[in-house]
Design a protein. Structure first.
Length: 227
């Protein structure tokens, strides 16, 4: 059990790198708050925490998959939690919508602040997905694993629409599951009655899948065998 929580050298270096990016984002947020006396961008530390949570559960899921079968209740639970938090890592791209000239600080400062959040979130999200993708690849092969990842990105893209347009959050999965299921089923049963849902989902799916698979082409394992 102790070995499951032990980090290797590469993992420690990775955490140092993304920790540095997270520190930059946090420092910029605190500096803005100190200069203005306002916490207009209070969503930034919250979204950053959600992105880190997705990475943690992705890493934990992969660790458990190495010692327990996919069908174990622990791994099923981790799958669900990971899928619930993963869209938050890419949802941060929509936070650029908050960029309005407020007169409090330079708009360029706010652009850099949001950019630091988006960069950190995307790295955490792609890393989390990469860890799971690599594990699935070793079990079912490249074609099925790629289709599996594409499905996850599609689901995440729809979740981003739910978050930005309908203002649902990850916590509503527990706090208000009935309302969330009602909105999702309504759009699933009548997709063409909600063109905005289709447009936003497709836009983010194309953007995220292209970006992720470009990343995957560069870092994917050169050899993999089904287990």
């Amino acid at each position: 059990m102790f070995r499951m929580w032990t980090l290797n050298k590469a993992e420690r270096r990775y955490l140092q790198a993304v920790g540095l990016l997270s520190l930059l984002c946090t420092v910029l947020f605190l500096l803005r708050s100190l200069l203005t006396g306002h916490f207009f961008f209070l969503f930034i530390p919250g979204n950053l925490l959600l992105a880190w949570t997705a990475l943690f559960f992705g890493w934990l899921l992969v660790r458990h998959l190495k010692v327990q079968p996919w069908s174990s209740w622990q791994n099923i639970g981790l799958w669900i939690i990971w899928l619930a938090f993963l869209p938050n890592t890419w949802y941060v791209l929509t936070d650029f919508i908050h960029l309005n000239p407020t007169g409090e600080v330079s708009q360029l400062f706010d652009i850099v602040l949001i950019y630091s959040l988006v960069t950190t979130g995307f790295i955490l999200g792609f890393t989390s997905l990469y860890l799971v993708h690599k594990e699935v690849l070793s079990r079912v092969g490249e074609l099925v694993s790629n289709l599996f990842v594409a499905l996850i990105i599609l689901m995440s893209s729809f979740a981003i629409y739910l978050g930005r347009d309908l203002r649902w959050s990850t916590w509503d999965v527990v706090a208000n599951p009935g309302g969330l299921i009602l909105n999702v089923s309504d759009r699933a049963l009548d997709p063409f009655g909600h063109p905005r849902a289709i447009n936003v989902t497709i836009l983010f799916f194309l953007t995220l899948s292209t970006t992720y698979f470009a990343f995957w082409i560069f870092v994917r394992p050169t050899h993999s065998k089904k287990r």
